[in-house]
Design a protein around this ligand. Structure first.
Ligand code: ATP
Ligand code: MG
Length: 431
């Protein structure tokens, strides 16, 4: 089969012969004429049958069956119709059960949970295809940027002996009779690789966290993009990379993915660099002016973070910004302190939501050991990691960015689950 995609039909010469394969999205058999809308990865196209034998063969066709069509390109009689295909040959390649478990016409809204139960059917739409094509493109552009800038892609273990991001969200498992965990982030390994002399590393891979709450932005399994570089001056070097890379990705999307963005009705504004930097303290002041009181040292909650996003957008006319100089008390043990109470940690925010956390790391062995203890953790659990700092580790920093959360916010999706093919949350382990 010399298969064309539905999109190609609009560019094809009128009168040319084409072959298509896809799913029967809409079927209308009207006596002397019949229409089938064929859906494939690249869109939809109308097939028209006007001879009796073909019309008859369409009578038993069920929605969502896989079909093969051969025909001639012609212009639709409808003004806005574009090109369609005059059917010459038609075959059912795989018949779908007539009782579809969810509405596929887009006319009746189905709740998310039911759609996710039938995710394979739910994904059969131009909008869903657009989300995952854009997600793939974003991953590609991130890699393109990093490779151009001489970063090395790594793959680190996902079965680990200790967590880096706090015990509360660790999934534990039995590892040949020993207790092991699913990795919460690549944090410890990427730092160790800088001690190994690799200088600039990154990974885009799975991370697991037993999040107890049900939110629109947390999953039990997500894709983390982790990045770390050595020989830096301070955390500002890292923020500069996030800015450049984020703008690079958005510009690439605008240049190469217009069709998918239009399918989702998205007009992507590329934020200006540098992104504003707001210290944690001044963020609290901004919120206090609006009557939102957060005690110094406490984290900024989801609702307040959204509000802060609105305030910053009003003030700086941008959705992208950093919150800097967080208190050490609400950041992980490996971050470098800045004075007694603050740290060289920042969050990258977009759309009023945290996309990434980063900062400069502590690379002094004694200080790091004492910070582990300060957080109430056991130094023994971090022995291999800690030992690397005894034998020469340059100043370094990096960030961890949630790919799913980035896709959600760039594409304006309501729920992180829409950005993931088969999401995992406290209620969901299948499909
Ligand atoms: P939050 O405060 O939003 O729970 P976090 O500060 O605990 O996130 P980090 O440890 O900073 O998360 O992880 C880095 C990034 O990974 C986050 O900024 C976010 O984009 C993403 N991330 C973290 N936890 C999850 C999760 N459970 N589901 C999806 N993405 C996550
Ligand atoms: Mg964070």
């Amino acid at each position: 089969m010399n298969r064309s995609y539905s999109k190609d039909i609009q560019k094809a010469k009128v009168g040319s012969a084409v072959e298509l394969a896809g799913w029967a999205a809409v079927i209308k058999v009207l006596g002397k004429i019949a229409f089938v809308k064929l859906r494939d990865r690249e869109g939809e196209v109308q097939l028209v049958a006007s001879n009796k034998k073909l019309i008859n063969s369409l009578k038993d066709l069920t929605h969502e069956s896989v079909i093969y069509a051969k025909g001639k390109v012609r212009q639709s009689k409808l003004k806005s119709g574009g090109n369609e295909v005059e059917l010459q040959k038609f075959e059912v390649l795989s018949k779908a059960d007539a009782n579809l478990p969810i509405d596929m016409s887009g006319k009746i809204p189905t709740d998310l949970s039911k759609r996710l139960n039938w995710r394979v059917l739910d994904l059969r739409s131009s909008k869903k295809y657009a989300i995952f094509k854009l997600r793939s493109a974003m991953n590609y552009y991130i890699r393109e940027y990093l490779q151009q800038n001489n970063f090395i892609e790594m793959q680190t273990p996902k079965i680990v002996g200790s967590g880096a991001e706090g015990g509360a969200t660790l999934f534990s498992l039995d590892y040949y009779g020993k207790k092991a965990y699913l990795s919460q982030s690549q944090q410890l390994y990427k730092q160790m690789l800088l001690a190994a002399g690799l200088d600039k590393v990154y990974e885009i891979g799975p991370a697991f966290r037993a999040e107890k709450s049900h939110t629109m932005r947390h999953l039990a399994e997500f894709t983390q993009f982790d990045f770390e570089m050595a020989f830096l001056k301070d955390e500002n070097n890292i923020m500069k990379i996030i800015e450049d890379m984020f703008v690079f990705v958005l510009k690439k999307l605008n240049a190469h993915n217009k069709y998918e963005l239009e399918t989702l009705g998205i007009n992507l504004n590329v934020p200006k660099v540098p992104f504003p930097k707001v210290t944690y303290e001044s963020a609290l002041k901004l919120l206090a002016k609006e009557g939102i009181k957060i005690k110094k040292g406490d984290d900024i909650g989801t609702e307040d973070e959204k509000k802060l996003g609105d305030l910053i957008e009003k003030k700086y006319k941008t959705k992208a910004y950093f919150i800097t100089k967080f208190p050490f008390g609400i950041k992980p043990f490996y971050i470098m302190k800045d004075g007694k109470t603050y740290s060289k940690a920042f969050d990258f925010e977009y759309n009023g939501e945290e996309l990434a956390s980063g900062g400069q790391r502590e690379h002094n062995y004694e200080k790091l050991a004492s910070q582990i203890k300060e957080k109430g953790l056991n130094v023994k659990d971090f022995e291999d990691y800690l030992n690397t700092f005894k034998f020469g580790t340059p100043a370094h920093g990096g960030f961890g960015l949630g790919i799913d959360r980035m896709v959600k916010n760039i594409l304006n999706l309501d729920n992180i689950r829409e950005a993931v093919l088969f999401p995992r949350d406290p209620e969901r382990l299948s499909p």
